[in-house]
Design a protein around this ligand. Sequence first.
Ligand code: AG3
Length: 293
Amino acid sequence: MTKFVETLYDSYGQAFHIDEVLFENKTDHQHLLIFCNAKFGRVMSLDGIVQTTEKDEFVYHEMLTHVPMIAHGHVAKVLIIGGGDGGMLREVTKYEQITHITQVEIDQQVIEMCKQYLPNHSQGAFDDPRVNIVIEDGCEFVKLADDQYDVIISDSTDSIGPGEALFRHEFYAGCKRCLSPGGILVTQNGVAYMQQDEVTTTAGYLKTLFDDWHFFAAAVPTYVGGIMTFAWATDNPELRRTDLGTLGNRFEAWGIKTRYYNPEVHYGAFALPQYVLEAIEKRDNEYHKKFSP
Ligand code: AG3
């Protein structure tokens, strides 16, 4: 039986039995592989790194969508950066009050192949009349876009290859200029234990741009090595402190169906272990040393 061995880390990783290869090709931007596995269903990898699987994708897509959506409370326009598999779009389109969704994906072939081989991710969301798909580098898009969005979700790969630009200061600054007043930016920020520098670096950038920023977390089985952190940034500090009762009322009133997210999980996701807080603070200190007079 053939095996897929993830190449993200040098000295540690995960392996899958490949039951069947559904698609494999070099796109204009990256190497795309979609295969079947008995435990995780269809698995999609880009440049040797697992991006999403049919069985555990709900954790990631629900947390990056519903945490900002429900905390904000009045979202009409959403921008998704990346997310070519369509899982994020599926979650976002669950909200009837949203009038417009722009999704900016660099790799058209990822969208096309995921529509064909991972249809359970998008479940038809690409055909939603509120959706506008733009094939472009997300970092370039946010530098020049004219529109403003209430929630921006960065559903990127890791900070290597095409995804690298989505972890730079200029990207976060671009997102800030595309947020409506009090809008929220959330981003995929890596697995904290394995990629601690990512927490430190992102914290340093967000600190210079937003009045309120932090991280929240969830454990995604196929993003191995512990909890994944998601960055949270906004100029409205009250949104992160939205009380449990309000979260519960909105969740119920809007009838959002989920398998991972619920208001208690939302609330608890902002409680971070000490080693993650230290990674955040490290940047605070380094930043001060470097930039204070
Ligand atoms: N994007 C995040 C993949 C991160 C994998 N990396 C890792 N294990 N550190 C997923 C795209 C799903 N829409």
